[in-house]
Design a protein around this ligand. Structure first.
Ligand code: SF4
Length: 704
């Protein structure tokens, strides 16, 4: 048994990336505290982070051994690792031989460590010969990835948390960091407490805790974000609060942008988005006269059928004001998972290749193929998250290997996901917990090592890479994900997977970054262990990392200029409320739970905040439907039904209801699941699903 008294690591939940010191006692029990020396959290932890040790110490739900079933009519039984991996390799070889490499796919997670993400992508794209590997990060930030690439030339978050203390105006758009990124929000609160001139503007259809703390709440109608940000852009142009010199020297496409934003009056915009002309003007004037302007956003923008266009409209505000590459200025997307950013670096999506190379570019494909010593990377586009489950349902995809994610709660349209998994010829689930609803559908279950049980690296929202040390052994026969994947690859007969530890995988990956915009080839495990965290790029031996990008205003587009992208659709019109489904449902997160509750749901003190899901409904809508506080209501969309209790509030707009997405079948009740209602409708550019706009009806439930 390894028994390190103090282990420096990083929180396994959100993309804020707080440093944690874990202590292990003589009975192998773990306690945690915030790392006072960590630059992100300076010793603070939120409710989720400070209870992480309960998750680790309670192993009652852990998957301890490989389990397999020979047919769907048999229960799974315990098998050896050899039998499990031989079977996996046998099935994958047969399917690939019979139906081609595109008949198999991998669905991974923003919780995977960078080494795991890298090796899974090398295995699938380099050696299995398909690009069918996607990630649950597709569900949270792929719209931001596309928008960054189209605007700056690469998927590059320009600023750092340290910029917060240098800014005086913040526009928080479609995000509730007070609950979902609490330590980052605490930093913002402290900054405002010390500097009363700091202004926080929150754009959200709900009056969240973040909006309550802010100075201005722009309570827009769901789906009208672009109308609002374009109206702010128009006011900035009209008042002259734009940086003409920056626009002229460093951008392309301003005239088209100007044309679009000037085509709608503020009055018209106000009517469409539900925000007063006065608030639009005040917001624009605050941004225009600020010394430092930061926009922050998350799912409210990204998870939409027009998510990429929404991102463009917000990024354009930084471009017209020239607020980029300067201290305290810039756009800042917030990632929901601890290593969503690391996954982007190693090409962890169906459309990407490692080190920000493009799958659609034949030169990039050949460069990566040469690096891995294979003839080619398939030119066929890979399946995105929802496409993968569509293809399983139709039978085009025969087998799926799911790592560290629970699509049976988190994907939209859960009836379809159930059908897809039932229809698959072979489902592998590699995870830590039996609490994942997806395990029920697995033909092969592989026990993985969890947080603190393996080493590796992660990158947080501000491009900060941290090393996670192993502190304890895994229970039962669980193994680190990289070991499982390398053993499978060797059984498939592939070269290039003889790594003896995560560090060797890291070394291979970072050598690939040399000379690229995300160069970390001089950053090794020794430096991460001894010097702490680094923000990429780290392009020289003694380099200490790069807190801010584009200080020279040289962007990574072919012309070197940033690009104003013009939204093609300014309003989400994929559905319209009607007499049958008159309300708009948005789904989201609550303070003390994380994702599908397989970890936070284990901790009793985290369940005291919300012990069950509740629907937030405006009091006028509730009055009309004769619904009272605490009543059980039935929510219906064209797609399915949810039955939960109601919370009557003024915090949502009239005509809008809000339901948290965390609950699966944990209470033996599939009517808790918000994604019974949502549709497999995605943004055409980013393929990110639209979780923020589903038309529904809400009625008081009467027992039959
Ligand atoms: Fe963990 Fe995020 Fe909370 Fe920090 S803010 S402790 S990273 S969940």
């Amino acid at each position: 048994m390894i028994n390190h008294p103090k282990i420096k690591t990083t929180c396994s939940y959100c993309g804020v990336g707080c440093g944690i010191i874990a202590s292990v006692d003589s009975k192998n029990k773990v306690t945690v505290q915030g790392d006072p020396d960590h630059p992100v959290n300076k010793g603070m932890l939120c409710s989720k982070g400070m209870n992480l040790h309960y998750v680790v110490n309670d192993t009652s739900d852990r998957i301890l051994y490989p389990e397999m079933r020979w047919s769907r009519s048999h229960p799974r039984e315990r098998v050896s690792w050899d039998d499990a991996l031989d079977r996996a390799a046998g099935v994958f070889k047969t399917l690939i031989q019979k139906h081609g490499p595109d008949s198999v796919g991998f669905y991974v997670s923003g919780q995977c460590l960078t080494e795991e993400y890298y090796i899974a992508n090398k295995l699938v794209k380099g050696f299995l010969g398909t690009n069918n590997i996607d990630t649950n990060s597709r569900l949270c930030m792929s719209s931001a990835v596309v928008a960054y690439k189209k605007t700056f030339g690469e998927d590059s978050v320009p600023i750092s948390y340290d910029d917060i203390e240098q800014a005086d105006v913040f526009l928080i758009a479609g995000a509730n960091p007070a609950w979902c990124h609490p330590i980052l929000f605490r930093r913002l609160e402290k900054h405002k407490e010390k500097n009363p001139n700091v202004k926080i503007i929150v754009a959200d259809p709900r009056k969240t805790d973040s909006a309550n703390f802010g100075d201005i709440h722009l309570q827009l109608i769901p789906g009208t974000d672009i109308i609002l940000y374009n109206a702010i852009g128009r006011r900035l142009i009209e008042t002259g609060f734009i940086d003409k010199s920056f626009i002229e020297k460093n951008t392309e496409g301003f005239l088209k942008y100007r044309q679009q934003v000037m085509s709608m009056s503020l009055r018209e915009a106000s009517k469409l988005c539900g925000v007063s002309v006065e608030d639009i003007k005040t917001t624009a004037d605050l941004i225009g006269t600020s010394n430092g302007f930061i926009s922050m956003w998350a799912m409210g923008l990204n998870q939409s059928a027009i998510g990429t266009d929404k991102n463009y409209s917000l990024l354009n505000l930084s471009l017209i004001t020239g607020r980029i590459g300067k201290p305290g200025n810039g756009p800042f997307s917030l990632t929901g998972q601890p290593n969503a950013m690391g996954g982007r670096e190693v090409g962890g999506m169906a459309s990407l290749l490692a080190v920000h190379k493009e799958l659609s570019n034949p030169i990039h494909r050949q460069e990566v193929a040469n690096f891995w010593g294979v003839d080619q990377i398939s030119p066929n586009p890979g399946l995105s998250a929802t496409e993968m489950f569509d293809a399983l349902e139709s039978g085009k995809l025969k087998a799926v290997w799911i790592i560290c994610t629970n699509p049976l709660v988190s994907l939209p349209n859960l009836k379809k996901v159930e059908k897809a998994l039932a229809n698959a010829k072979f489902v592998v689930v590699q995870d830590i917990s039996h609490r994942s609803d997806t395990v029920e559908y697995a033909d092969l279950v592989l026990p993985a090592a969890g947080w603190l049980e393996k080493e590796g690296t992660m990158t947080n929202s501000e491009r900060r890479i941290s090393y996670l040390e192993k502190g304890i052994d895994s229970p039962g026969e669980a193994k680190p994900d990289v070991e499982i994947l390398c053993e499978f690859a060797r059984r498939m007969g592939f070269r290039g997977f003889n790594f003896s530890n995560a560090e060797e995988i890291y070394e291979e990956y970072v050598s690939m970054t040399r000379g690229t915009s995300i160069d970390i080839s001089f950053l090794n495990y020794d430096r991460l262990k001894s010097e702490g965290t680094f923000q990429w790029p780290v392009p020289e031996y003694r380099h200490t990392g790069t807190p801010r990008l584009f200080s020279d205003h040289k962007f990574l587009t072919p012309s070197g200029k940033a690009i104003f992208n013009i939204p093609t659709q300014v309003i989400n019109s994929s559905e319209k409320p009607n007499s049958e489904y008159p309300m708009i449902l948005t789904t989201g997160r609550i303070r003390d739970q994380w994702h599908t509750m397989t970890k936070t749901g284990k901790v009793s003190r985290l369940r005291t905040h919300y012990s069950h899901p509740v629907l937030e409904m405006h009091l006028v809508d509730a009055y009309v439907e004769k619904i009272k506080e605490g009543d059980v209501v039935e929510i219906k969309s064209k797609n399915g039904t949810v039955r939960v209790r109601v919370k009557i509030t003024k915090n949502v707009r009239e005509g809008v209801v809000f339901l948290p997405m965390h609950w699966g079948k944990q209470l033996q009740n599939d009517l808790n699941r918000a994604n019974n209602l949502t549709f497999t409708r995605v943004d055409p550019q980013s393929k990110e699903p639209d979780f923020k706009y589903t038309t529904v009806s809400v009625k008081k439930y009467k027992k039959p």
